[in-house]
Design a protein around this ligand. Structure first.
Ligand code: TRP
Length: 331
């Protein structure tokens, strides 16, 4: 094993192709080489408003997607963050070693809080501290994330270093981000210049992990195109063509340049038909398994319970050591 991985996804929206190609598929690839812990980060989700019942549903859905996409429940640990109490416990300790200046630099907070900084909740601000706690609670060495989370993993490194220095210990490893090489940046099917997103009001803009074959085919057919003949990759002037090529390349696991050459003279209609066949072939087994698991909550609940027990075994040991290091009286 090359080390220990920790990563997480928030149960805060429809899971879609972008989550699969950008994160979960990569996790599946890594599971044999690392000891892997994958978490449904529900504590992070409530940094923005959530309907309680929907949050529960989505927690199940994210866990189901992990399993449906091919994460092995024997080899990996899959659990819900709120099931292991040591996450917020360690986050508190980290809140007390993290200078405000470090949090002020976080671009995601600035983006999410916008102009109404004073109204933003404190949890949104300290979100990266909780994320550092997630990773370091397991003393994870590697963190597979998208480019947009790199700054948070770097902060986790800084926090690990700050803790180690403050208490003159070599307790936490400095975790490294693992960013996918040709990171699949999957854009909206309706607007190739915007990221595919669970918060887009148009369901036509994304392929959800629970969409059936007909829905996938129909969404690709209706995806926005342009009037040029032949496909080419040029995100500036042809965002939609570029996005569809990128999706094809990612699904086919082929270099983009090869796919581009193959379809340089193909009409949009013909290309979409090919893409649709490929997408259905690659995604249908996953989406079918997703729906099966969603209909059988018991199975997912059991997986999460086992995962929580495995995670807890590591977490409780580490939080006990941290509490001792900082000088809390044993009970
Ligand atoms: N912040 C991550 C995101 O929104 C989710 C996350 C929470 C995470 N804790 C983590 C990712 C720990 C990796 C490791 O995508």
């Amino acid at each position: 094993m090359k080390g220990r991985i920790f990563s997480g996804i928030q149960p805060s929206g429809n899971l879609h192709l972008g989550n699969y190609l950008g994160a979960i598929r990569n996790w599946v690839r890594l599971q044999g080489d690392y000891e892997a812990i994958y978490c449904v980060v529900d504590l992070h989700a409530i940094t923005v408003p959530q309907d309680p019942q929907t949050l529960r549903e989505r927690t199940i859905e994210v866990a189901a997607s992990f399993v449906a996409a091919g994460l092995d429940v024997e080899k990996t640990t899959i659990f819900a963050q709120s099931h292991v109490a040591a996450h917020p416990q360690l986050a508190w300790v980290f809140n007390c070693v993290t200078p405000l200046g470090w949090l002020n630099r976080m671009t995601q907070f600035k983006d999410k809080a916008g102009k109404k900084k004073d109204q933003a909740v404190a949890g949104l601000y300290t979100y990266p501290v909780l994320m550092a706690a997630d990773i370091l609670l397991y003393r994870a060495t590697h963190v597979p994330v998208g480019e947009d989370q790199k700054q948070h993993v770097e902060l986790a490194r800084d926090i690990a270093g700050a803790f180690n220095r403050k208490y003159e210990q070599d307790f936490f490893p400095l975790p490294e981000p693992v960013i996918q090489e040709e990171a699949a940046r999957i854009m909206s099917l309706r607007d190739g210049s915007r990221k595919m997103s669970s918060s887009d009001p148009s369901d036509q803009s994304r392929i959800n992990m629970i969409d059936d074959a007909d829905t996938i085919a129909q969404k690709i057919k209706r995806a926005k195109s342009d009037s040029e003949m032949g496909l080419s990759y040029d995100p500036e002037s042809r965002p939609e063509a570029s996005n569809l090529l990128q999706i094809y390349a990612a699904l086919a696991e082929e270099p983009r340049s090869k796919v581009e050459a193959e379809f340089s003279e193909t009409s949009f209609a013909d290309f979409k038909a090919r893409l649709s066949d490929l997408a259905v072939a690659k995604l249908e087994p996953i989406t079918m398994e997703m729906r099966r698991l969603m209909d059988d909550r018991g199975e997912i609940e059991k997986i999460l319970a086992r995962g929580a027990a495995k995670a807890e075994a590591i977490a409780s040991d580490n939080i006990a050591k941290v509490y001792d290091i900082v000088g809390f009286l044993p009970r």
